[in-house]
Design a protein around this ligand. Structure first.
Ligand code: SF4
Ligand code: SF4
Length: 385
């Protein structure tokens, strides 16, 4: 039975968050749990979610107050702490500065590492991929603590503890993975293998203010007053998706694959939830990115075929678009799916949907939130929203 701590935290006051995190660690086993998690003299890497160069306090990225509260506790067990990420776009150092995390890190003597240095490693007993190019910093750390945000995600439905480690893939290689693995099931296998390579030790999921709707970047902030923490990443994610309305946790691709491959605990009966009760913490009317029923088909190939017919299309909200062409730059497909046309004296993107793999990198990284996903008629008919 995997244990997770489910905590109610109503604001981003750092002292309050620290108090809640200490309560969570107490529930999980207290000082002895922490000593086992962070052995003496170990090098600890904190892996926040930067996504891009984004203003501090935004619900898109790991909140600086959560980061500070975590640092205060981890510092009692290690004097060798680093933090870093490889965001989907933009300069990592600028992202760390803008997010407010760099300032916190400097105050506490936590070193910034960018994820540009890579290493080539072999994973024993993978679900899918044996050989990996990943960032050196997380691979060489003794303890990796992931600090994700709770958000919707157009491709993966939800992003949290498992998905946050995609930032351990350096820079442009992320786009290559999208091209190689256009469907959510195989992409999930890759993400789980990646977490096995990195040996992610612990997750602290920030759902104090989560994101609903057009996530992971351009959705709507949703106050959920929630922190979830635990060693088992899939147990943390499974608990989170139950809170936002996915009663069938297997409808989330990462969790379905983790369950089928026995990668981690996924089913509610495999998870002991300490602290608050799920029923009391459920968020009413959370706006999901999309319904995930398609993943329940028995055959993976049928799954993928139906998903390709029902996956939504990225579309532009013309009034918000500034014609910066970022969406085309981040699109991993060649030839490019996005071209630009003049309309109402503006230059706006136009998609060739037959070549689009629905990775939604364009939607995720549009700096103006000008791209949303639009469900197709067939998916509406099938009750997939
Ligand atoms: S849709 Fe977004 S990324 Fe694309 S051109 Fe418009 S503002 Fe830029
Ligand atoms: S157009 Fe957008 S969703 Fe389609 S492949 Fe390119 S980045 Fe992915």
């Amino acid at each position: 039975m995997e244990k997770v701590a489910l905590l109610k935290c109503t604001d981003y006051d750092v002292d309050n968050i620290e108090k809640k995190l200490r309560e969570g660690f107490e529930l999980l086993g207290g000082d002895s749990f922490l000593k086992e998690l962070i052995p003496e003299n170990s090098k600890v890497l904190l892996k926040p979610n930067f996504l891009s160069v984004i203003e501090k306090g935004s619900p898109v990225i790991t909140h600086y107050a959560v980061f500070e509260a975590v640092v205060r506790i981890v510092k009692e067990y290690s004097s060798n702490i680093v933090f870093g990420d490889s965001p989907g776009s933009g300069d990592t150092k600028k992202a760390a500065e803008k997010s407010g995390l760099m300032e916190v890190a400097e105050r506490y003597g936590v070193r910034f590492v960018d994820f540009n240095d890579q290493t080539h490693v072999e994973l024993k007993n993978p679900i899918m991929y044996k050989f990996w190019n990943i960032a050196k910093a997380p691979y060489e750390a003794d303890v990796v603590i992931t600090l994700p945000k709770l958000k919707t995600h157009a491709m993966m439905y939800y992003t949290g503890a498992v998905k946050n480690q995609f930032g351990c893939v350096p820079g442009s290689q992320k786009a290559a993975w999208h091209t190689k693995l256009p469907d959510a099931v195989n992409f999930s296998k890759m993400l789980l293998d990646l977490n096995s390579v990195v040996k992610t030790s612990f997750a602290i999921l920030d759902g104090i203010i989560a994101m609903e709707g057009n996530g992971p970047r351009n959705g709507t902030p949703k106050k959920m007053d929630t922190i979830i923490m635990g060693k088992c990443l899939t147990a943390v994610d499974s608990t989170a998706v139950r809170l936002i309305g996915y009663d069938n946790v297997l409808s989330i691709p990462i969790l379905k694959v983790a369950h089928d491959t026995k990668w981690g605990a996924v089913m509610p009966e495999e998870i002991e939830i300490l602290g608050e009760k799920v029923e009391n913490m459920k968020c009413k009317n959370f706006k999901l990115s999309r319904n995930a029923k398609v993943i329940n088909f028995v055959s993976p190939s049928l799954n993928n075929f139906v998903a390709s017919l029902t996956a939504p299309n990225p579309v532009v909200i013309e009034e918000k678009c500034i014609g910066c062409r970022k969406c085309s730059e981040v699109c991993p497909e060649k030839p490019k799916v996005i071209s630009f046309v003049k309309h109402n004296n503006k230059v706006i993107p136009k998609w060739n949907y037959s070549n689009c793999i629905r990775c939604f990198c364009c939607q995720e990284l549009c700096p103006k939130g000008a791209i949303i996903t639009k469900n197709k008629q067939l998916s509406k008919m099938l009750g997939l929203k």
